[in-house]
Design a protein around this ligand. Structure first.
Ligand code: FES
Length: 103
């Protein structure tokens, strides 16, 4: 059975932006892409950069360090130098809160 963890208020994530949060001891990037919410690991798979400090364009997050890109819907790497996916997490919105399934 899916365990949902309360991660944030919906209001805390500005539209077309990303914030960094710690949930269940994990560093998570929480995105609002045109009103749709997504969550991935916050640390780039290429180096130790935090994706929440990067640039969100549509469904793509650009790493602030070497400009690698990931699809925030799946975590898939989109261009060099990133080759390894970041983990993405299922999301549920309820009562103005964002819940994540971490396992
Ligand atoms: Fe993210 Fe290099 S650390 S692209």
């Amino acid at each position: 059975k899916q365990q949902w963890t309360d991660a944030s208020a919906v209001d805390e994530v500005p539209e077309d932006d990303v914030i960094g949060i710690v949930v269940g001891g994990r560093d998570i990037a929480l995105y609002n892409a045109g009103g749709e919410f997504y969550a991935t690991d916050n640390i780039c798979t290429h180096g130790h950069a935090r994706l929440c400090e990067g640039f969100l364009e549509g469904h793509e997050i650009e790493c602030p360090l070497h400009q690698g890109r990931f699809d925030i819907r799946t975590g898939a790497p989109l261009c060099a130098p990133v080759t390894e996916a970041i983990r993405s997490y299922p999301i549920r919105i309820e009562g103005g809160r964002v819940f994540l399934a971490l396992d």
